[in-house]
Write a protein that binds this ligand. Structure first.
Ligand code: BGC
Length: 764
């Protein structure tokens, strides 16, 4: 049995404890900006003088959320207002010095309510794949686990993501949570980042669309969702001290665009600012990020909460635009409470800023429905939810390579299944996002014994599922710990299926090489049987040195609590794979802009910087710009049928670029196709030779065809300009390419676009 030991994992933790102590003397650099920005962050009261505001007049449902929030603010004392902006850790651990009685068991956080005015506690639960438990059993809640965020992004199907979000949001509501800390949308810049599994890949359009759809689904349950971690929290190594350097235009055209699109599509009630610094200032005390871009340019009307303990400084945080301090666990380490009262008292923070924080929080709860329809713990239909998570998994598993071995022929008699604990379950990602799926952890004792561990396997066996898919076959099992035994099992079979895994987690980064010599296991099996299929369960792209020696590779990511049947049905052909990569697989780390993770090996809390010299050329954009040919490109994904794309045309309709095309299923099976539209100026001049401009997933019976028309967001045709702040489309000829991946040449048409200037917040 392969036992991935912690020693085999490259531990790159930036901080020993999960929630760090406040930084000393942080961010003096931001001070000059504060005066200008703090004024802009204040929401003007809209109705009612204080004499009209009684303790419950804000509950009048005939008023608008803004009117109600204003009445609430006016009816509250300063101490009550401070209550709503102060969040505590929810977990009942020995090191939580607060232990708030209102907290839901083993939850991420709680903000006390104000009973006098009828404002409920804010019960906060992680995260994007379901209702998490902080700390393992016995208190672990068993909840439906969606596949990892990167798998959901691989579906390229926003409707499916929305359904998935609606399901986990309903479990959050029924567990008594009115805030879900979901919506991870950091771009995959560093393939080694231990949290890539939580995010939506490397492209702003795809990530923003998919994560936005998930958030929309969650909030359809009349609860609040975040998007996070704003912004540039692209590595876990030194996450509390790293200073990310990027120029503004590049920032706006990459990671910030992903957030902007997710905001527009999902309308999250809250944005969680991240631990790291951006251009010198901590994200949670960064007036440019919080007040100018988010609340100003993008018109965000919700509230900004700090990542757990990311608050740093009473005055700088408040004046930069932070609205809620979170995750307090240690007395004296907080930044607000009485300290904010003192800062208001002596004029360092305007009183109006506190009113604005409370207005934003309460308005959000009212607008999302969490006040008028309060959450109540209730029953959850875990069986019904299995179908939702399985559908997501089945559509997001990516067939990377297939030389006529898959789907497994129904006549197959002897199959060898090897490794990856496939006899009992599928791997899940670790850290605060950890959901304990029904049945608990199928493999105990792996990974760190304390947070962010342990490694958790969902009790959903691919081996057992494969046996029921192929009832006539003899399917053997080897755990992979003995390479010779695995090879002889493979030699005795018609097909060998090797499961390889890499556990990844919050607070750690990981090498791209599979741990525990699993590459050697694959080699040994492939030598014994050329009809070897590799199934990957990893948090993100990894290196595949064996790729030329195996017949097929299936990327199953972390496939969630019904991952076993989903994988088996893809292998058997009951499901025709239709997942496409949201992130590039490189041939070697030499193809990356940074060949090692910044800050690796530095002492804890020693500040360091990382410069994003690639700018907005993230992922496929960068590989194309540098003339590199990666192993599996962004957008790649095979099917058991074949599709033809045709009749591409492009035009301006009401000033917007519209693209039409047809898709035909030319094969013998029903399937789903992902049509990808890439755009580029013929004359060049962008950060990269092309960008994804639009996409559509089309389901077709054999022989059937369909036409689709998609619109290209004008920001994807523009460069961001800081001199004249906003998006500028240069007049001229643009190539529109219909392709099946970022590498595919596809077919192109050229269209003339007139010059156009859009505001920085265009799109809202
Ligand atoms: C993570 C957040 C999470 C929070 C609460 C932090 O460590 O970065 O993503 O929502 O904890 O658990």
């Amino acid at each position: 049995m392969i036992e991935p030991k912690l020693s085999a994992v490259r531990l790159l933790v930036g901080c020993r404890s999960r929630w760090r102590a406040a930084a000393v003397g942080a961010c003096l650099a931001t001070a000059p900006l504060l005066a200008a920005c703090s004024k802009r962050s204040v929401t003007e009261p809209t109705v009612a003088s204080s004499s009209q505001a009684t303790s419950r007049s804000w509950m009048d449902r005939s008023l608008s959320p803004d009117q109600r929030a204003s009445l609430l603010v006016q009816s509250m004392t300063q101490a009550e207002k401070l209550t709503l902006v102060t969040g505590y850790l929810g977990a009942q651990t020995s090191w939580n010095e607060y232990q708030m009685p209102e907290a839901r068991p083993q939850s991420a956080g709680v903000v006390q309510g104000v009973a006098r005015v009828g404002f409920p506690p804010q019960w906060q639960s992680d995260a994007g794949s379901g209702v998490a438990t902080q700390g393992e059993a016995p208190a672990a809640l068993e909840r439906t686990l969606l596949p990892s965020g990167i798998l959901t992004a691989s579906t390229w199907n926003p409707e499916l993501a929305e359904r998935a979000g609606a399901m986990i949001g309903s479990e959050a509501r029924a567990t008594g949570y009115n805030v879900m800390l979901a919506g991870g949308v950091n771009l995959l810049r560093e393939p080694t980042n231990g949290r890539n599994f939580e995010y939506g890949g490397e492209d702003p359009l795809l990530a923003g669309t998919m994560v936005g759809a998930l958030v929309r689904g969650i909030q359809s349950n009349r609860i609040v969702s975040t998007i996070k971690h704003y912004a540039f929290n692209d590595q876990e190594t030194g996450r509390n001290v790293v200073d990310v350097k990027i120029d503004e235009a590049a920032a706006r055209m990459s990671d910030l665009l992903a957030f902007q699109l997710a905001l527009e599509q999902g309308d999250p009630g809250a944005v969680m600012c991240s631990y790291n610094r951006v251009n010198g200032a901590y994200a949670c005390q960064n007036p440019w990020l919080l007040t100018q871009v988010l609340k100003g340019d993008w018109g965000f009307r919700g509230y900004v909460m700090a990542d757990w303990g990311a608050q740093q400084n009473t005055v700088l945080d408040a004046n930069a635009g932070l609205d809620q301090e979170t995750g307090l666990r240690k007395k004296g380490e907080y930044q607000w409470l009485d300290k904010l009262a003192a800062a208001i008292g002596d004029g360092r923070v305007p009183a109006a800023r506190l009113d604005d924080m409370v207005h934003r929080i309460s308005r959000t709860f009212i607008a999302k429905g969490a006040i008028d329809d309060p959450v109540q713990p209730g029953k959850i239909d875990l069986t019904a939810h299995e179908a939702v998570t399985q559908a997501d998994a089945e559509e997001g598993i990516v067939l990377l390579k297939n030389t006529q071995v898959l789907p497994l022929a129904p006549s197959t008699k002897r199959v060898a299944v090897i490794g990856g604990h496939a006899d009992v379950g599928v791997l899940t990602g670790g850290g605060s996002a950890q959901v304990y799926p029904p049945g608990g952890n199928a493999v105990r004792g792996l990974g760190p014994s304390h947070w962010p561990g342990p490694q958790v396997y969902a009790r959903s066996s691919p081996l057992l599922a494969l046996r029921s898919e192929l009832p006539g076959a003899n399917i053997s099992w080897s755990d992979g710990s003995d390479r010779a035994a695995a090879a002889s099992a493979a030699a005795a079979a018609e097909v060998a299926i090797v499961f390889v895994t890499q556990w990844t987690s919050e607070s750690l980064d990981f090498p791209l090489t599979l741990p525990d010599d699993q590459d050697k296991l694959v080699d040994a099996v492939a030598r014994a049987n050329p009809r070897t299929v590799v199934v990957l369960e990893t948090g993100g792209p990894v290196l595949l040195p064996f790729v030329d020696r195996v017949a097929a590779v299936v990327q199953a990511w972390y496939p969630g609590s019904r991952g076993g049947p989903a994988i088996a049905r893809v292998l058997s052909g009951a499901v025709n794979p239709s997942g496409h990569l949201p992130a590039t697989f490189v041939r070697s780390v030499d193809q990356l802009p940074r060949t090692s993770i910044a800050g690796e090996g530095l002492p804890d809390l020693q500040p360091f910087a990382v410069t994003y010299s690639e700018g907005a050329a993230v992922g496929y954009r960068g590989f194309a710009q540098r003339g590199q040919d990666p192993l599996f490109p962004f957008g790649h994904g095979l099917s058991y049928t074949s599709f033809e794309q045709r009749q591409l045309s492009a035009r301006l309709t009401n000033g917007e670029l519209e693209v039409s095309f047809g898709v035909v299923n030319t094969g013998k099976r029903a399937g789903k196709h992902v049509a990808q539209v890439y755009v580029a100026p013929v004359a060049g001049g962008w950060e990269a030779p092309k960008r994804l401009g639009a996409f559509a997933k089309v389901e077709l019976e054999p022989g059937a065809s369909a036409e689709r028309t998609v619109r290209v967001d004008p920001r994807l045709l523009a460069m961001y300009e800081t001199a004249r702040p906003g998006w500028h489309i240069a007049p001229g000829k643009y190539r529109v390419t219909l392709a099946t991946s970022a590498r595919d040449k596809g077919q192109s048409v050229v269209v003339d676009l007139p010059e156009r200037q859009l505001a920085a917040g265009a799109g809202r």
